[in-house]
Write a protein that binds this ligand. Structure first.
Ligand code: PLP
Length: 375
């Protein structure tokens, strides 16, 4: 396979059951305890991630600081490599960060605003069509920053269109892909993305403490953040105190010692995503999401989701009154969902089942019925 073939844009996946993926349920202890439907907030913890974290502690006990050179730096490199494969990038184009907020601050400090002093951001509440950007992006725009998947509606944006429009004006595009990576296929080259930030917490099932930054190869040499640290130094272990020279790869934006336990946990989740493939994950979550939406509509509830199935992700918003009270009652029934003002949020993942969809929807219907009786 040539590089250009391996970086081709993915077709939109269909909704497919993939019943074999149900075997993964035994990897995730929480699924035996709860009906867990909040993966867009925190992906379930796998046995693999737990074993990895145990291994990290064992290495700490066995080798102490010696583990850094021999083992832990290698584990960090593995995380970059696995993530790069998932998004169709080169490991040299990937940096790690403690969280997305820190990564964004670092990137923001690295851009040149002398000629272009505008950054255009999307309104995250509604699908922001490319033409809305078009009216605000011009030759003073340094950066267009937006999300691929909106956390408020699960809407998937056409990133390529926005990238083309930004590039036409000479601006860069930065994508916050926290709600997309792992659940919706992505190829950064096919989408012509300049910078992408995401993390391990949600659909990558790696828990908190690790974010990833992709920087397009050609852009790396020009990015010199004003906040920097020894992990971004070209000769990290030379301990040069008088001069700072950035690494030639994307890891130049890395700062200090990373949370190594988080890296170990993240590698467990990344392995599972790679093993199944994002395409198959997406096909199964589409199958589950279509069923969930159909069940909700049968009850006559408002569903905030894109009309076109191909623009839907695995975030389903139900328009229900006082959703936070429903979420609380659901917790009492061992069902984990979430709420945003005026909306109850359900986010199934490949490890959920149609039966669990029924459990959640039936429980909500009962809670609403009781509410009506009580009022
Ligand atoms: C789209 C999106 N971006 C960024 C964040 C926050 O990232 P961090 O806490 O790593 O800064 C979240 C959620 O936590 C998110 O959903």
């Amino acid at each position: 396979m040539t590089l250009s073939e391996s970086r081709m844009q993915y077709p939109v996946p269909a909704a497919i059951e993939h019943p074999d993926l149900v075997t993964y349920r035994s990897e995730f202890p929480i699924l035996q305890r709860k009906t867990y439907m909040n993966s867009c907030s925190l992906g379930a913890l796998s046995n693999r991630s737990m074993q990895n974290m145990e291994q990290f502690m064992e290495m700490w006990n066995e080798w102490g600081a010696h583990a850094w050179y021999e083992i832990w730096m290698g584990e960090i490199a593995k995380a970059r490599q696995k993530f790069a494969t998932i998004i169709g990038a080169d490991p040299g184009e990937v940096a790690i960060a403690p969280n997305v907020s820190t990564a964004l601050s670092s990137i923001a400090s690295a851009l040149d605003y002398s000629e272009r002093n505008n950054v255009v951001l999307a309104d995250m509440d509604f699908p922001t069509l490319a033409y809305l950007f078009e009216s605000t992006v011009d030759d003073r725009t340094a950066l267009v920053a937006t999300s691929r998947v909106f956390f408020t509606s699960g809407y998937i944006q056409d990133i390529r269109k926005i990238a083309d429009m930004a590039h036409k004006c000479g601006a860069y595009i930065l994508v916050d892909d926290y709600q997309g990576t792992g659940q919706i296929p992505l190829n950064v080259d096919a989408q012509d993305i300049d910078i992408l930030v995401t993390g391990s917490l949600k659909w990558l099932m790696g828990g908190p403490g690790l974010a990833f930054v992709y920087i397009r190869e050609g852009l790396i040499p020009s990015l010199e953040p004003t906040i920097a640290g020894w992990f971004g130094h070209r000769d990290q272990f030379q301990f040069k105190t008088r001069e700072f020279e950035f690494r030639p790869d994307a890891a130049r934006i890395e700062m200090g010692t990373p949370a190594t336990a988080a890296v170990y946990a993240a590698n467990g989740g990344l392995d599972i995503v790679q093993e199944i493939s994002v395409e198959r994950i997406c096909e199964r979550t589409r199958y589950l999401t279509n069923d969930l939406i159909a069940r909700a509509r049968e009850h006559g509830w408002g569903v905030r989701a894109p009309l076109e199935p191909e623009q839907r992700s695995s975030i389903v918003m139900l328009e229900l009154e006082r959703p936070e009270e429903i979420v609380k009652e659901l917790v009492g029934r061992n069902i984990i969902t979430d709420s945003r003002p005026g909306l109850l949020r359900i986010s199934p993942y490949f490890y959920n089942t149609i039966e669990e969809n029924a459990v959640v929807i039936d429980a909500i219907a009962e809670i609403l019925e009781n509410r009506e009786k009580g009022s």
